[in-house]
Design a protein around this ligand. Structure first.
Ligand code: ZN
Length: 331
């Protein structure tokens, strides 16, 4: 990707040439061609949503029965080896339209939506889900698809295909995080690093603590991302530190939010009886669009339960402070 300046950005746009308009056309063509998926998007318009207020933030809880398989999906190594990978091009349904992005990816309409427009951007090759080597592609996508929000689920942080590299592109401002990032108070966001072309902030007292990069060049975004990534702890058996990553390009800047994860599923997932909640939080849930595939869980969930779940799966204030100290010391 280019070093800086408008000319590089223009060439980026020209070279990769996928636009929000093209993606929307893909969406409408796909719905015409695939009645079953069209129906799922129509049903989604009717699903129940309740908004819960926690501290200064909103969490939208969505009752979405079509996500039941994905919420309960087995994502351990053995189960993955046994199943046919649903993102590999040879296994895609015949009805699925494929819009190429660069030479490496296919843009696909997500057949099990949780957003009014929901796309999966899947590698054309069956390669592992890994952010550090693909962040550049994520930035290019965000730049090309300025109308949308993007996110990434780490292999142990909500990806239902942890063995197949993919991003998701969704309608902007459906997840509360899209809006909240711009309106946080000094108590919730603090500047850690201020460079010519980029800034790094720490999110604190935000239920889902993490880091925000604002950058005018892709290089400076990549560099700050690497700084944050290197400061995270990674367990020996993990290919990368657990995290969800959000991205968009607005007002001539990339905004990349990184939320490190302590674990994928909360204790409620494993509990029995009334304490059980079928929930496997991925990026959307962390972004404040909390998915409950079962109606009883939708009814049952309260601000206290959500606060407890976020405290289990995300970093505490002290934990995120510790990472920040490491980052600032390295500078
Ligand atoms: Zn695959």
């Amino acid at each position: 990707m280019g070093t800086s300046g408008t000319s590089k950005k223009e060439s980026m746009n020209h070279t990769f040439c996928v636009t929000s308009q093209q993606v929307r056309e893909l969406f409408y063509q796909q719905l015409q061609l695939w009645p079953l998926v069209k129906e799922r998007y129509e049903v989604l318009q009717q699903v129940h949503i309740k908004t819960l207020h926690i501290d200064d933030f909103n969490i939208k809880v969505q009752f979405n029965p079509s996500r039941i398989l994905s919420a309960g999906a087995k994502v351990d190594r053995e189960s993955l080896l046994k199943r046919k990978c649903f993102l590999c091009p040879e296994n895609l349904p015949a009805e699925q339209i494929r819009l190429p992005f660069k030479e490496d990816y296919l843009i696909l309409c997500n057949p099990y939506p949780i957003f009014p427009e929901h796309f999966t951007i899947a590698s054309q090759k069956h390669i592992a889900q890994e952010i550090s080597t693909h962040l550049n592609d994520f930035l290019v996508l965000a730049y090309c698809l300025k109308d949308f929000s993007l996110f990434y689920n780490g292999p142990k942080s909500g990806a239902s295909a942890p063995d197949h590299m993919h991003f998701q592109v969704v309608t902007r401002n459906v997840m509360p995080i899209d809006i909240e990032i711009d309106t946080l108070s000094d108590k919730q966001i603090r500047l850690l690093i201020n460079e010519d072309q980029s800034e790094l902030y720490q999110l604190t007292n935000y239920l889902r603590n993490g880091f925000v990069i604002k950058a005018t060049t892709a290089e400076s975004a990549l560099s700050l991302f690497q700084t944050v990534y290197n400061a995270f702890d990674s367990l020996p058996e993990e290919s990368e530190p657990k995290m969800n990553v959000f991205g968009c390009y607005k007002k001539d800047k990339w905004i990349i939010t990184i939320i490190p994860r302590r674990q994928h599923r909360p204790s409620q997932f494993f509990a029995e009886g009334d304490a059980h909640i079928l929930s496997s939080p991925g990026a959307a849930d962390i972004g404040g669009l909390y998915i409950t595939p079962r109606e009883e869980d939708f009814e049952k969930i309260t601000p206290d339960i959500l606060r407890d779940i976020y405290s289990q799966v995300c970093f505490s204030h002290d934990e995120i402070d510790r990472i920040s100290t490491r980052i600032v010391k390295k500078e």
